[in-house]
Design a protein around this ligand. Structure first.
Ligand code: C5P
Length: 213
């Protein structure tokens, strides 16, 4: 049984050398990949650029942009039992990507941004007996926004955390199930939280780990 895990930031290029991104370290997603492997699942880890090495034994697909993340995930999605979306995806990209390196003009530069595709929502729309677990990083109206994402992306559960999670070793999360009910409130290292989340998914969203799916 294979888990699809997204991790790290995406990049959205202004030109060939400059991009928009965020400070995601990939630690949460990589810890989830390690925990899933340790529980006997196969793992495809699709990751934006990070400084850490992928765990041994996973199928690793490095990507840079949100569009690449979407294409990589859609390719493997039919073979997967479910997805955990831990990637910190850029919501916007520059409308135009210049070739080469943009020159200074001596005046202000206005950037027009357009929305990127929502990878998790796309997988949620295509799901067939597959689980979808999302992350919601919220700074205000946290639970309300997390519930909106849970429903909008057809998630089976959503992990609510705060901006302090970005680039940190530790995390504090609330796990919310598909009915909007709190299924766990955990604090600790991202490794501990990953272990607990994989155990919860095993018990609540799928049967015991097996090779025959
Ligand atoms: O950015 P947002 O708060 O909507 O992210 C919620 C969930 O959706 C996360 O699991 C994130 O990985 C995923 N997501 C995605 N593609 C996007 C935006 C978010 O897969 N374009």
């Amino acid at each position: 049984m294979r888990f699809l895990i997204t991790a790290g930031p995406t990049r959205e290029y202004l030109d060939d050398v400059r991009f928009l991104t965020n400070a995601s370290s990939g630690r949460m997603g990589y810890a989830l990949a390690r925990a899933a492997l340790a529980s006997g699942y196969q793992v495809t880890l699709v990751s934006g650029p990070v400084a850490i090495a992928p765990p041994d034994g996973c199928d690793f697909v490095p990507v840079r942009t949100t569009q690449e993340l979407l294409e990589a995930c859609e390719r493997v999605w039919p073979e997967c039992a479910g997805v955990i979306g831990a990637a910190a995806v850029c919501d916007y990209r520059p409308k135009i990507r210049a070739t080469g390196k943009m020159k200074k003009t001596g005046g202000p530069l206005l950037l027009e941004l357009v929305e990127t595709p929502d990878v998790l929502a796309a997988l949620g729309r295509q799901k067939e007996n597959q689980f979808v677990v999302g992350f919601a990083l919220e700074s205000q109206d946290a639970r309300e926004n997390a519930l909106r994402k849970l429903r909008g992306k057809r998630c089976d559960a959503i992990v609510l955390n705060a901006p302090t999670a970005i680039d940190a070793d530790e995390n504090t999360i609330e796990l919310i199930d598909r009915h909007g009910v709190t299924a766990g409130e955990w604090s600790g290292s991202k490794t501990d939280i990953a272990d607990r989340l994989i155990a919860w998914i095993s018990q609540n969203l799928i049967g015991p780990a097996s090779d025959d799916l």
